[in-house]
Design a protein around this ligand. Structure first.
Ligand code: DLL
Length: 429
């Protein structure tokens, strides 16, 4: 099933021609940005140096840090007046990364989401419950408008109150759901506890964090649906970048909209198809915020085997990241953000450890932090107050609930070389 059959099945020559045309337009837009003008000058290239798709390797990479340095609007290539929406995602310290959309961007984005959902057989007959955050996170509004575009009956239930979510699924006869895979596991457990089966469900769209085949099997058995992997990142609009088709063997990435390279993260050189590396993407259809050779940090590969349903190489499931960004219940967290928060609280030291576990299928983050010798009175009541304060400060910055354990001064490990403060204990499934 196609949302836009012509574009989704373009023959290779026509696709390359379209990519080159769109790349040139993107290059022109990028020239509106100081950042790219400087980058081109430093690399000794001009817009006209890019004559073929292969010439793209002449352009230096753009990194998340560059976007952060441009905070807040340094990467907007159109006047702010034309930016009709802003989303943000975690940066490496206090400031988030800002992404902006023109009206046309929002239309293009919802079209991409509509393509994905149509690809897995969702239609205007479906009743869709969107169980992700509707705020600055791109997953909520992104899927909402894509689903409305198809004409589905959309329930913007957002997150929280799992029992109520389950009641709505049953009462409204929901057929398709969207959430993180970890929340889906939690949902299935609460449904079991409530002694209810979610009989109306047919399709589950899960993404925003990595998950495995065994989680897929468990979700399909427990929820009685077919589960699809959905990938995206805010810098490339949000969700809708790549999506599984009914084969469920790799994700189709929309090659007319995203030019994909896979590189060795250390050397920056291309790796062969079938070899894993970091995905670098040049979006070809973005207006407000054009990006060139954006380093996603995500590790995947271009798959050698094609697919019958759509042309172009698929990408494999994302297996990890090349940087230290953590994805916890779909929320991006950098260890440096945690440090930043702790350093602002005088009663705690700068020694901390972060543990990540998967408990009852949900990611849980525990922060162990040393109390500062000078500011601790020895009173237990003071400790409780301080612990609550650290939890609140972390929640305010990370938008994530954490468990905080205060420990005695000098009790945490010290590092001679590079500190390894994050221990990810989520089992490699
Ligand atoms: O997570 C967008 C999204 C929303 C995708 C809803 C899918 C569903 P960000 O918050 O900017 O955007 O986080 C992007 O999350 O670079 C990956 O590291 C990770 N990620 C997203 N989808 C997947 C996935 C949204 N299916 C970062 N598998 C990305 C593995 C994923 N990791």
């Amino acid at each position: 099933m196609y949302w836009n059959e012509k574009i989704e099945t373009l023959k290779p020559d026509a696709l390359s021609a379209l990519q080159l045309k769109r790349l040139k337009k993107t290059l022109s837009l990028a020239q509106n940005l100081d950042f790219y003008r400087k980058q081109f000058k430093n690399a000794g290239i001009q817009k006209t140096s890019i004559k073929t798709l292969d010439d793209i390797t002449k352009i230096p990479f753009t990194r998340k840090q560059d976007l952060r340095d441009g905070y807040p609007f340094g990467f907007f290539a159109v006047p702010l007046k034309q930016v009709v929406r802003i989303h943000t995602t975690s940066g490496t310290t206090g400031k988030p990364t800002v992404v902006g959309y023109t009206r046309k961007d929002l239309d293009t984005w919802s079209d991409l989401i509509a393509r994905n959902m149509t690809m897995v057989g969702i239609t205007d007959e479906d009743i869709f419950q969107n169980m992700v955050n509707y705020g600055m996170f791109t997953g909520g509004l992104g899927f909402h408008y894509g689903a409305e575009k198809i004409g589905m009956t959309v329930i913007p239930s957002a997150t929280g109150n799992t029992k109520r979510q389950i009641e709505m699924i049953n009462d409204f006869g929901v057929t398709a759901i969207h959430c993180t895979p970890s929340y889906a596991m939690h949902l299935s457990e609460v449904a079991e506890e409530m002694g209810t089966s979610l009989d109306s469900l047919k399709t589950g769209i899960f993404g925003a964090e990595s998950w495995s085949e065994s989680t897929r099997k468990a979700l399909e058995n427990r929820l009685g649906l077919t589960a699809y992997d959905s990938y995206g990142l805010s810098e490339l609009f949000g969700p809708g970048v790549a999506f599984e088709c009914p084969e469920r063997d790799g994700l189709h990435i929309w090659h007319d909209s995203y030019l994909v390279e896979i590189i060795d993260p250390k050397t920056g050189e291309h790796v062969a198809d079938g070899e894993r590396g970091e995905m670098v993407v040049t979006p070809l259809v973005k207006e407000a915020m054009p990006l060139l050779r954006y380093r996603t940090g995500d590790i995947t590969m271009l798959m050698e085997d094609g697919c019958l349903c759509r042309r172009g190489k698929k990408i494999a499931r994302i297996t990890g990241r090349s940087d230290d960004m953590l994805v916890i219940r779909g929320i991006n967290v950098f260890p440096s953000q945690i440090e930043h928060v702790l350093l602002r609280i005088p009663e705690v030291g700068n020694q901390f450890m972060v543990y990540i576990d998967r408990i009852n299928h949900l990611d849980e983050m525990t922060v162990e932090v040393e109390i500062n010798r000078d500011s601790f009175s020895g009173e237990l009541a003071d400790l409780t107050r301080l612990q609550k304060k650290v939890v609140k400060e972390l929640r305010d910055t990370l938008e994530l609930r954490t468990t905080v354990t205060l420990v005695e001064p000098g009790s945490l490990p010290r590092f001679e070389g590079k500190a390894k403060r994050v221990i990810d204990r989520r089992e490699a499934e």
